[in-house]
Design a binder for this molecule. Structure first.
Ligand code: N2P
Length: 382
């Protein structure tokens, strides 16, 4: 039977008045005269945390897609937040922490919804993690989980053995926040993360209070704890401690556990006898879930989707986990993660530890103002 494609079309036109048909024709001609959506230039601007990718991830992506990547790094959520709030950052993919940062940024309309048809590996993501992320990103509309770790403490095992009285617990925030303990480590070097959203909740956990608390009295109590140990702190910084701990230049660091794992690895590779211990304190610690998201004004959103989908491939994300010591949320990547990393209780903590981990919720503007003031005061000492 011959196919007569035009018959239905002419039937559809048959019921129209001449005027309707003419407008339809004009519309068609107009659409034809518009340029087809130009393919994106082969460029992608990525803004990620430092020490947060495998050495060959970008190279592999460019080899496969021909998309050249400009790769910049930061070491604090506040730095990323400031860039996004200013707008026109030029970045296509960024990696905020889910809570409180992603939550605030989604509310402020700083991200574009993801086109799931372009994220073919979405189905591999751990449903439990996606569900938890919904508190920050309702419906998982804007973000894909990337790397996950607690914030804890790293230390130089030998130096602590030498300097602390026998029996001093290693699995507690008291290492950092008990003046009687941390003062003994002042000489060998102690660092704190340069992040109020990390330091005050840790101090609250030390006090046995709710780390996620947003009460100003609790904040004052936390600030007092930090002020008391302030004279023992060599510096506040959120990435320098990796090498310093590995080289023996400091002996105690408040840090992101994956970064501490990297410090431990670097110390081993250097072979100078520095041995790093890592703990997620027993009183409870922040669980950081960092995500990949596309800013609303990203110049290359298609390339951004391709990059995010690429990151979710089991072999790619497993190589990242194997390099940086952070857990990922891609279930089929598990068998590709090194055995010793999967079995490392600070990277994939047992249920009892996980049960005590918490996230810091978004704060009211008032609370944020008070927290910023308290932070400046503890850092500068006045
Ligand atoms: C990467 C640090 C990211 C930790 N080096 C924030 N959760």
């Amino acid at each position: 039977m011959p196919i007569q494609p035009n018959r239905q079309v002419s039937r559809a036109f048959a019921g129209m008045t001449g005027k309707m048909a003419r407008s339809l024709l004009t519309l068609g001609l107009l659409m034809l005269s518009l340029p087809a959506t130009a393919a994106e230039e082969k460029l992608l601007n990525v803004y990620n945390w430092s020490d947060y990718i495998a050495p060959d991830t970008i190279e592999k992506f460019t080899a496969e897609t021909g998309i050249k990547v400009n790769y910049d790094v930061y070491d604090s959520n506040e730095t990323l937040a400031a860039k996004l709030q200013a707008g026109q950052s030029g970045y296509d993919v960024v990696f905020p922490s889910a809570s409180p940062f992603l939550a605030q940024q989604v509310k402020a309309g700083l991200y574009q919804p993801l086109d799931r048809t372009k994220i073919t590996n979405w189905g591999s993501l751990d449903p439990a993690i996606l569900k938890a992320l919904q508190t920050s990103d309702p419906g998982n509309a804007h973000a894909v989980p990337y790397m996950i770790a607690a914030t804890g403490i790293g230390f130089n095992i030998d130096k602590l053995n030498k300097l602390l009285p026998p029996g001093t617990p290693r699995d507690s925030w008291s290492l950092l926040f008990d003046p009687a303990v941390v003062s003994k480590l002042k000489g060998c070097g102690v660092s704190l993360l340069d992040a109020p959203v990390e330091v005050f909740p840790a101090a609250l956990a030390y006090l046995g209070k709710t780390g996620a608390s947003q009460s100003t009295e609790d904040l004052a109590a936390a600030a007092e704890v930090v002020s008391k140990i302030r004279p023992n702190i060599r510096y506040f910084h959120s990435s320098k401690y990796i090498n310093d701990l590995a080289n023996g230049d400091i002996c105690l660091a408040h840090g992101y556990v994956g970064d501490l794992v990297q410090a431990r690895n670097r110390a081993r590779e250097a072979g100078r006898g520095v041995d790093i211990g890592i703990v997620i304190p027993k009183e409870g610690a922040i669980l950081g879930v960092d995500v990949a998201a596309i800013p609303v004004d990203a110049p290359h959103p298609d390339n951004a989707h391709r990059f995010i989908d690429f990151l979710l491939r089991p072999a790619i994300i497993a190589a990242i986990t194997n390099t940086v010591g952070y857990a990922n949320a891609v279930l089929p990547a598990r068998p590709l993660v090194k055995k010793e990393i999967l079995a490392d209780p600070v990277v994939y903590p047992p249920e009892a530890v996980r049960a005590k981990e918490f996230q810091v919720p978004p704060a009211s503007p008032d609370f944020e103002r008070v927290r910023t003031r308290a932070w400046t005061k503890v850092k500068t000492g006045h």
